[in-house]
Every structure is written in C-alpha cells, then in structure tokens.
Ligand binder design. Structure first.
Ligand SMILES: NC(=O)c1ccc[n+]([C@@H]2O[C@H](COP(=O)([O-])OP(=O)(O)OC[C@H]3O[C@@H](n4cnc5c(N)ncnc54)[C@H](OP(=O)(O)O)[C@@H]3O)[C@@H](O)[C@H]2O)c1
Length: 284
C-alpha cells in the first residue's frame, strides 16, 4: 500500500505522486493524468510553467475521485514573484485547474522577489485556500534563510534527488528544519543509463523489481516524496508498484554509493542558470 508522510502542519501528503513536466500537449497530459489516477496515484505535480494546468484540471474533474483523496500541487513561476503578482498568479492557476482550494503551492525557483511571493502565500494559506506551502530548488543556504525569516516556514522543498545526486546533507538540513524533501527527477530524467544500471538492476533482481523501481523505492524508503513522470501507462504501473518490498540496509548503502555529489541536469548556483530561468517567460 502506498504510504503517506505528515507535514509539519499535520497535513498528510502521499509519499508517491505523478509529475507532468514536459507534457504541454493538452490531450496527452489529460490522458496521462487520467491513466495515473486509474493506476492509483493521488498526488499530481504540475506548475504554471508546464503549461498544462487546464489539462490536469480536466483529468481531475473527469476522474470522479473525491477531492479530499487528491493532493494537487502547482508552482509559482519566477516572472510572477512578488506579493501582488503571486496573489494574481495563484488565482489564475486555480481558474486553470478548476479547483477551489489547492493542496500544495510551491515557489518554483529561488529567484526574483520570492520573499514577497512568500508573504502572499502565507496569507493564502491562512485563508484556507492552500493546505500547505513550500519551495523548490532551494539549496541549504536559501532554505535555512527562508526558515529563519519567514513568519510561516515552508513545509516542503522539492529538489533534484536520485541515486546519482543523493543530496544527503541537504536532506539532513531539511529534516532539521522540519521541511519535507520531495524528489524531482527521481529517475534522473533517464540519465546515467538508470533504467539498465548494473547496480540497480542487480539489486532489483533479488526482489523481482526493475532498476526504476529500486531507484524510486530507495528515495521513498529514506522518507523522500517521489513524483515520477511517464506518459506510458505500463511505466506508471511499474513506477507505482514499489510498496510490496523493502530494500535492505546494505542495498540502501550500495545505492547511496552511486552519488556523484553534483547534478548533471541543472546547477541552481550558476549564473547561467539564473539567466536562463529568468529568461523563460510564461506570459507577456
Ligand atoms: N521543481 C522543479 O524544478 C522540477 C524540475 C523537474 C521536474 N519536476 C517535477 O518532477 C517530475 C519528475 O521529474 P522528471 O519528469 O523531470 O523526470 P523523471 O521522472 O526522473 O524521468 C522521466 C523520464 O523517464 C521516463 N520513464 C519513466 N518511467 C520509466 C520507466 N519505468 N522505464 C523507463 N523509462 C521511464 C519517462 O519517459 P516516458 O514519459 O516516455 O515514459 C521520462 O523520459 C516532473 O514531471 C515534474 O512534475 C520539478
């Protein structure tokens, strides 16, 4: 059975969800979310910058699943940082999603006026429009600073986490701040030959599981929420079928040994990343 974690404010969050990054086509996204919900996923992770909030909303509405069983996440883009802009962006997202409350609203990048955005999010949270608020891609320095200065500390930090970028120290810091770690790219976006990796494959053979299932289970077992993405239903099933086995301590250590200590996808401390992400406009 899929498990849940309890956030610092008492809200229960599924330990596994479904991500829809790089699925901008409405029909494809709607079908993917409908398939994911039929497989059993209850957390859907979208973002304004993914251009598919409407499709997620349509799939959720058509599913007929009671709203309280679902956990819907969306994110505020850099361009909409700042107090007023964040309030407006939130309303636009809610209209697109067709929801009257949101489960988790995240600041997508630690850039632009995110303190102003955070104040807006604190108010929306207190008004009951959002059940939990958090951030993404906050490295330990940014996260600690926000926790020290915000009136309400973030409940979740969604960062890149997979066997090749384990971020053990960052997770330890999050846990000390009572911030729930959530993994984006839990399968390293397919990099490093993860799906046929010899270490993951060999461990999987002991349990009758694939390398992907081992990678996902490893994060879940260390208390990290995972949101794998796939547009193939059989892969959604594979990625969700990780709740009937437990990796041994030895396996956990062997997987942790694959850590390269850096990302090969994106470096949020690099000047070119700030330039690139600030240049990504989602509206006029
Ligand atoms: N906050 C952020 O900045 C941020 C950044 C990136 C991602 N995210 C979130 O995290 C979610 C997951 O990350 P991600 O989409 O970047 O990468 P990911 O889930 O690590 O990998 C997705 C890739 O793996 C393939 N795949 C999935 N399951 C597979 C399986 N069992 N066997 C073989 N191939 C498989 C998918 O292909 P197919 O689709 O063709 O099956 C897709 O190419 C995103 O969708 C998004 O919601 C957030």
């Amino acid at each position: 059975m899929m498990e849940y974690v309890t956030l610092s404010n008492g809200v229960k969050m599924p330990l596994e969800g479904f991500g829809v990054f790089q699925v901008p086509e409405a029909a494809v996204c709607e079908q993917a979310v409908r398939d994911a919900l039929s497989v059993g996923y209850r957390l859907i992770d979208t973002a304004t910058a993914y251009f598919n909030e409407e499709a997620v909303g349509v799939a959720v509405a058509k599913s007929g699943i009671p709203r309280e069983e679902l956990f819907i996440t969306t994110k505020l883009w850099i361009q909409d940082a700042g107090y007023e802009s964040a309030k407006k962006a939130f309303e636009t997202s809610m209209e697109k999603l067709g929801l009257d409350y949101l489960d988790l609203y995240l600041i997508h990048q630690p850039m632009n006026d995110y303190y102003g955005a955070w104040r807006a999010m604190e108010e929306l949270y207190e008004a009951g429009k959002i059940r939990a608020i958090g951030v993404c891609n906050f490295y330990p320095d940014r996260l600690t600073d926000l926790c020290l200065n915000a009136r309400i500390a973030p409940m979740v930090n969604q960062v890149e986490l997979h066997p090749f970028f384990a971020q053990t120290g960052a997770i330890k810091n999050m846990k000390s701040l009572h911030v729930q770690p959530e993994a984006w790219g839990p399968m390293a976006e397919g990099k490093h030959g993860i799906f046929t990796h010899p270490v993951l494959t060999e461990i999987g053979q002991k349990y009758g599981k694939t390398a992907a299932q081992v990678a996902l289970r490893w994060n879940a077992q260390r208390g990290v929420v995972i949101i794998p993405k796939s547009t193939h239903k059989e892969r959604m099933e594979e990625n969700f079928n990780i709740w009937d086995f437990t990796l041994s301590d030895e396996d956990m250590a062997a997987i942790a040994g694959l850590d390269l200590g850096h990302s090969e996808i994106i470096d949020h401390s690099a000047a070119e990343t700030a330039r690139f992400l600030n240049g990504w406009k989602i509206h006029d």
